[in-house]
Design a binder for this molecule. Sequence first.
Ligand code: FDA
Length: 392
Amino acid sequence: MRRLDVLVLGAGAAGMMCAIEAGRRGRKVLIADHARAPGEKIRISGGGRCNFTNLHTAPDNFISGNPHFCKSALGRFTQHDFIALIESHGIAYHEKTLGQLFCDGASRQVIDMLTGEMRAAGVDLALATEFESVEPARDGFTIRLSSGTYTASSLVVATGGKSIPKMGATGLGYRIADQFGVPVSDTRPALVPLTFDEALRTRLKPLAGVSADAVVGCNGISFAEALLFTHRGISGPSILQVSSYWREGDEITLSLLPRTDLFEQLRQARTANGRQSVHNALSAHLPKRLAHILCDNAGVEGKIADRTDRDLKRLAQAVQDWRIKPTGSEGYRTAEVTLGGVDTTALHSRTMEAKAVPGLYFIGEVVDVTGWLGGYNFQWAWSSGWAAGQAV
Ligand code: FDA
């Protein structure tokens, strides 16, 4: 039996950050993962360039049963602290849009930075290592891994959520929480494309591959970003964002050309060239296939000169207030994150330690704190990992 101060389960973003901080404090740390490489989600993130944080990170960008829970960790290790770490390693980066920071090169650089920092902090990394069991021990926990049995004063669960099982997501963290009586709130896929029923899918089939800027709303929140029609439903950043707020049975509203006075534009088109068709006039503003469907939705077609102001108003409304009812989502197979998780009421927000189980910590995506699309989820991983790293 080997004695450790800290055993971190899961060598993803949160686990590695925690291990670095604990190692720097002189703790004897082992970080174990069943994958063959650390940080696999970092590697594939941001299209291979890792959107590692967001300049505008604030508690409002997170969804949780307790919206205040994330404040402490986000405030103690901020996006600027992570940016300073990136800069100290000479990693070049850029802001793509809306404060989203990406590597100029590859995500690999972030993984190399973290593994380098772990080495420097004296952390042991055990890959291709299966978790077998954990039991409470006299001063901590006895943990059986495929590589051997360990005792540790602190066990940090950083095993992520359920998204992308193909990449190693297992839900182990929720099972460990259950075992120790730590409550877990319902989980569901988030930041995920939404799907249509057969009838809507058939009707919107011609739109597959069409994208447009839009304001997409659901349940009182809206996001102004691109959307993309797919063969099975609808995707794109604005849809991924609202998917975290959408529930079965809810409508979403799509406002295309949100900043245009479309009624006025259509009236002007009628004056300038009354012989053109309504959908040609609308095609000046939107992809042709989309214009066709929207004219059809509004029942406003034919020569624009023949259309009344009322017709054009109806068309403008069909474009700027299009209501669609998705029936499902693409699920964990493609979801970027898991909504819900280890209940924050059961954790200390400063340290991530379970209130009822001293020495047991939960960090990163396994916790019921879910960020918007745009680098927020990694920032939560860094901040919560850092916070636990100071306490273990
Ligand atoms: P993470 O999932 O990273 O790590 C958990 C680790 O635990 C894994 O290494 C896993 O192998 C290990 N593990 C799981 N079960 C285990 C078991 N039974 N035994 C041993 N080990 C086990 N976010 C963002 O901010 N910017 C971005 O650009 C992106 N892009 C992105 C793209 C795609 C395709 C996905 C799927 C997700 C993103 N995300 C993102 C979200 C981001 O990847 C996610 O929020 C963080 O990786 C969460 O970090 P964690 O360390 O909590 O879990």
